[in-house]
Design a protein around this ligand. Structure first.
Ligand code: NAD
Length: 453
């Protein structure tokens, strides 16, 4: 069995040697999940809900431990990682409550009645990325199990620790063996096996658009259900009539949180030309307060990049970039990348169009509302976005016209487990969160019962 060395990106020290599963291990996990399905569905909804609530409570009780594990594994700040653990617990509570609320309908017919049933799919394959490992896992485990499925979950092999711990906590909560199976391995070996396996009825994938396309093509062979949560190049639009101080103060968090390794990162800031210079000045001042350092310290706002390889990838965008501001980085070991604010004159440059997935933001001017929306929508991506204005009608008009799935007005928030979340265009397919996601984890069946009248 091959192993992978997991490195703490802050210290570059070895934290674990992770053994990697094979396709045969994946087959065994799928078989276990298949065998556990009938038993899981035979538990009455109130008891299944109770098990998931216990799981949620255990996640919350271990929030600090999980947070520290995540921070050591991928460099997320401790405040953020503990918050993610609590958010994972809240997500699990929400879907525990959904079990008894998700149902079908009764539709009248002639000579009978129609009953609709949302039926579980069976075994679902869940594939998650390295940037928010624990939260991405919870977003998928919750609805998958609530809908009556059993699951094989493959975390990103470089950040598997919190997901493995979630698997242990699920067992500790009393969720029966085989219902949730965590298999750590590479995408090519374990992930692809989930795509190929005939007993896996759906793949729920979060990751890059490039891999998402391959997975979608792979699923086509069996018309396998697939949902995709992919990359983004989200726009933060600041109109001249906005509260500029507020917009500028909020902007650093929207791009530099998690070192920019956030699918919803507002990596393009579009600012109306008449206030461009003023906004830039305020934004740079705010960015200077975004402290980079040891992510274990509660005062740190940004840690290192998750891996050396990812740091090298981000540098392919940032090396030689002409910036309006570049921060310092800590001395010593660690995969540090500075905060960079650029104002490129060419809006078609790669840094303006591609997902950098690092603490690099471009600030671009626009003339009017139509121009802002043209620049915003001139992207293959469409995950999220923000609009800053004091004009309510303009805010709503622009929000409706933005080609993105999750939009905030006078805020940069993106994700709430009780509201639908997902992307337009190449940012994804399907939605996570809210009761809507359960449609992606069930098949709708209609039964007609003749009543003889
Ligand atoms: P990635 O696509 O490289 O990997 C994601 C997962 O897919 C990993 O578990 C990986 O091992 C697996 N994988 C890789 N190749 C595979 C294959 N051929 N078959 C099956 N599985 C395979 O993405 P990443 O670098 O881990 O994550 C960063 C990306 O994820 C960014 O693009 C980011 O925007 C996106 N993301 C999107 C959301 C969202 O909700 N839309 C959330 C978080 C991250």
């Amino acid at each position: 069995m091959s192993t992978l060395r997991l490195i703490n990106p802050t210290t570059t020290e070895l934290i674990a040697e992770q053994s990697l599963a094979t396709a045969a291990d994946t087959d065994a996990a799928v078989a276990a999940a298949k065998a556990a399905g009938p038993g899981w569905r035979a538990i009455n909804p109130a008891d299944r809900s109770r098990l998931m609530r216990r799981f949620a409570d255990l996640i919350a009780a271990h929030a600090q431990e999980l947070g520290e594990m995540e921070t050591r594994n991928m460099g997320m700040t401790i405040g953020n990682s503990v918050w993610c653990a609590n958010a994972a617990a809240d997500t699990m509570h929400y879907f525990a409550g959904a079990i008894e609320k998700h149902g079908g309908s009764t539709l009248p017919g002639v000579g009978g009645v129609n009953l609709t049933f949302p039926e579980p799919l069976g075994v679902v394959g869940l594939i998650t990325p390295w940037n928010f490992p624990m939260m991405m896992a919870a977003w998928k485990i919750g609805p998958a199990l609530a809908a009556g499925n059993t699951a094989v979950l493959k975390p990103a092999e470089i950040t598997p620790l919190t997901t493995i711990r979630l698997g242990q906590l699920a067992l500790e909560a009393g969720i029966p063996e085989g219902v949730l199976n965590v298999v750590v391995g590479t995408g090519q070996e374990v992930g692809w096996r989930l795509v190929e396996h005939r007993d896996v009825r759906k793949v729920a994938f979060t990751g890059s658009t490039a891999v998402g396309k391959r997975i979608m093509a792979g699923c086509a062979d069996q018309v396998k259900r697939v949902t995709l949560e992919l990359g983004g190049k989200s726009a933060n639009i600041v109109f001249a009539d906005a509260d500029l101080e507020k917009a500028a103060a909020a902007a650093p968090g929207a791009i530099f949180d998690n070192s920019g390794q956030d699918c919803c990162a507002r990596s393009r800031i579009l600012v109306q030309r008449s206030v461009f210079d003023r906004f830039l000045e305020l934004f740079i001042a705010a960015a200077k307060g975004f402290t980079i350092g040891d992510p274990m310290l509660p005062t740190t706002a940004m840690g290192p990049m998750a891996t050396e390889q990812h740091l090298a990838r981000v540098r392919t965008f940032s090396d030689g970039l002409d910036t309006a501001y570049t921060s310092d980085v800590p001395d010593g070991p660690g995969y540090w990348h500075p905060i960079m604010i650029a104002t490129p004159s060419d809006p078609t440059a790669a840094v303006c169009r591609d997902e950098v997935f690092g603490p690099v933001v471009v600030v671009l001017p626009f003339d009017d509302e139509a121009d802002a929306l043209r620049i915003c929508n001139d992207s293959d991506y469409g995950l999220s976005g923000s609009i800053w204005t004091r004009d309510g009608s303009k805010a709503l008009r622009a929000a409706r016209a933005m080609e993105a799935g999750t939009i905030s007005v006078n805020s940069n928030s993106s994700v709430r487990y009780w509201t639908p979340f997902g992307g337009f265009k190449q940012s994804g397919l399907g939605r996570e969160h809210s009761m809507k996601v359960l449609d992606h984890y069930t098949e709708m069946k209609n039964v007609f019962i003749a009543t003889g009248d």
